[in-house]
Write a protein that binds this ligand. Structure first.
Ligand code: UFG
Length: 331
């Protein structure tokens, strides 16, 4: 197997995976509407600028390329926004995923890797949360991804040739260790990115959304996973499907979490900047604590994370943020 079609390959996670696939010798084609992604982030293979709702272009592109496998990253990903714009999430994350799946089966591709999320669990009853926990999303983002997972499960049950891996990402952060790529959203909402942009003076202060959660310091706990380890999980998943591994769902996280306050402390230490922080109200749609059970991905994909280190995660993101800021200043 050597050809991979990647939707959303110009985005944060997709671009890191595209680079890793290229380095591993795969031929890659990225399909991205550049709504949040960047042409210059596609560092391996070609880019077709297109939307997943453009079924004709999608079909033609996939049929011409004839990939051995498809990786589907393209999606809207902000929990808070999803609460206020639910239909955008059901359109981009569910309806468009259905378009892609129909095209994939019409063209006859039978290996599929899907970017899912820990948000499908909602507020888990038991932590670390395992893949068999009930799916009870508490925001439209999580629900939109849960629906797409269901498409995959039902398709795989009906069609024995089709096999997929759904990867449920926990909190992806950090940048390529060589700082060739990183997160680059026009309006970033993620904690680590906001903290670092505050350290750079791009934002005046960082708000802590909720200090009365049932956690030791009252702030939410998340399992932050380095982008390079997540990219490796995709290559491991592809290798698993190539060897005939059956359809599976895996959590992608390290199995332990950090509170918002702990992240802020580490960001201050890494940057050396005592940036302003303000306690604020809870953000809608946020679960108190999300930590991954990761025994299955370690056992079945032989996934071996290399960067389980909050300081390293923040340091790579910091190097990337400084590079982005310098690039913006000179353009
Ligand atoms: N937070 C703040 N201030 C900010 C930004 C975030 O206090 O300025 C808090 C949030 O309220 C939350 C925590 O930091 O408690 C992490 O928030 P993020 O926005 O960084 O990430 P989320 O946990 O909301 O969501 C991310 C991904 C989802 C994924 C989820 C899984 O965006 O795709 O992790 O854990 F589903």
């Amino acid at each position: 197997m050597n050809k991979v079609f990647v939707t959303g390959g110009a985005g944060y996670v997709g671009s890191h995976v595209v680079l890793a696939l290229g380095e591993a010798g795969y031929e890659v084609l990225t399909y991205d509407n550049l709504s949040t992604g960047h042409r210059e982030a596609v560092l391996s293979g070609d880019l077709v600028v297109g939307d997943l709702s453009d079924r004709d272009l999608l079909y033609k592109t996939v049929a011409d390329f004839r990939p051995d496998a498809v990786m589907h990253f393209a999606a809207s990903i902000e929990v808070g926004e999803s609460v206020h714009k639910p239909l955008k999430y059901y359109r981009n994350n569910s309806a468009n995923a259905l378009n892609l799946l129909e095209v994939v089966r019409e063209v006859g591709i039978d290996k599929y890797i899907f970017s899912s999320t820990a948000a499908v669990y909602g507020n888990p009853q038991t932590l670390p949360v395992t893949e068999d926990a009930p799916l009870l999303p508490i925001n439209p983002y999580g629900a939109s991804k849960m629906i797409s997972e269901r498409f995959l499960a039902d398709l795989a049950a009906a069609d024995r040739d089709f096999e997929y891996v759904a990867l449920r990402y926990f909190n992806v952060a950090g940048a390529d260790p060589e700082i060739r790529l990183g997160q680059d959203y026009a309006n970033p909402t993620h904690l680590i990115t906001r903290a670092l942009k505050t350290a750079l003076g791009i934002f005046p202060k960082l708000q802590v959304f909720g200090t009365d959660y049932p956690t030791p310091d009252g702030t939410c706990i998340r399992d932050y996973i380095h982008i390079a380890d997540l990219a490796q999980a995709h290559l491991d998943a592809l290798g698993y499907l190539e060897k005939g591994g059956g359809s599976q769902i895996f959590n992608c996280g390290y199995g332990h979490g950090y509170s918002v306050r702990a992240v802020i402390d580490t960001a201050r230490q890494v940057t050396g900047v005592d940036f302003p922080v303000e306690d604020a109200a809870r953000r809608e749609g946020d679960p108190a604590e999300l930590v991954a059970g990761n025994a299955p991905i370690r056992a079945q994909l032989a996934w071996q994370p290399r960067h389980d280190d909050l300081e390293f995660i923040i340091r790579t993101a910091w190097e990337w943020e400084k590079r982005l800021a310098a690039r913006r200043a000179s353009s």
